[in-house]
Design a protein around this ligand. Sequence first.
Ligand code: IPM
Ligand code: MG
Length: 379
Amino acid sequence: MSSSTNMTKIALVGGEGIGPEVTAQSRRVLDWFATHRRVPMLLREAQYGLVPYLATGKVLPEDTAQAMDEADAILWGATGGPETKEVPAEARKAGGLLSLRSKYDLYANLRPIRATPALSESSPLKARVLKDVDFVIIRELTSGIYFGEPRGIETLADGQRRAFNTEQYTTSQIRRVARAAFELARTRKRKVCSVDKANVLETSIVWREEVTALHEEEFPDLELSHLYVDNAAMQIVRQPSQFDVMVTGNMFGDILSDCAAMVSGSLGMLPSASLGPLDRYGRRKALYEPVHGSAPDIAGKGIANPLGSILSVAMMLRLTLERSEDANLLEKAVDLALFKGARTADIAEAGSQPLSSTEMGDAVLDALDQVAHDAREKA
Ligand code: IPM
Ligand code: MG
């Protein structure tokens, strides 16, 4: 047996836009954990997007596909931006993010929403609304209107175009993502809020019935509530501290998670995890990525906020590597760096001198040294 069998395999795929810049900072953080905490992992970097397309004709070349197939966890950067124009739509689609979510069946997308006190000035919401906000949106990621068939654009007899998509959910698709939400709530404040549009849509009627039935059958000890999606959007802005775990379908989750992102002050701060089904060894494939996109307007300038990606590493430590102590350490270090005033341009106050992506990486590594030292003193 090779000595690498106990190592968790991690593929680092920076991708396009600001993806490679932020992922480079996460790599430094991962190296810190390998060195200082002996976290057993094998890191493999792989390319995605325009660069490999120009070299191989594929946005997702063989080598990258293999690295991702073999990985226990993928740390993804970003895709899209102006590069999109240089890659024909068909080539883009073949290895696109949606097809990867589908290929690895990454049905449970966790998007934690936390208000960091140090950043309350960067949020458009009032400090009193931000108090105690700490919840997770679980978005179903492999079904719903994003993938439903039939879909298309047709030309009618009168020359008009008619475009159509299909929203659909099966019992098992609803139940498995709801189960993920209930299981997570059990480790937190024990409250699940399910979001739908059951006053209008059949998919939502069945969604609500199945979530309710699962709750009664397997999780009666937890609190379950339901909100219509329009009301949920309003409640996220009115009183976000009321939520613990929110579970919803693909498109509602896409929209609500951007809305909720403003709680944290910047889209640049938000991490995410997308989890697949358990395999026979009790492990699940996972893809971790910052919620921000490729941010083409600042790509290549070295000024992007790497914290969304770095906090995604914390989720990886907790969920794939099962090193919750290390995950806590990293989240503490990010808080400490922010508390000490480290700010990239997206979260900097007017008139202050913002840090580059690398300097923010330095600040997190310094903070890691400090929190690790403090933890040792305490022990
Ligand atoms: C997200 C993004 C994607 C989505 C886009 C880039 C396809 O907005 O991950 O939230 O809609 O799922
Ligand atoms: Mg989105």
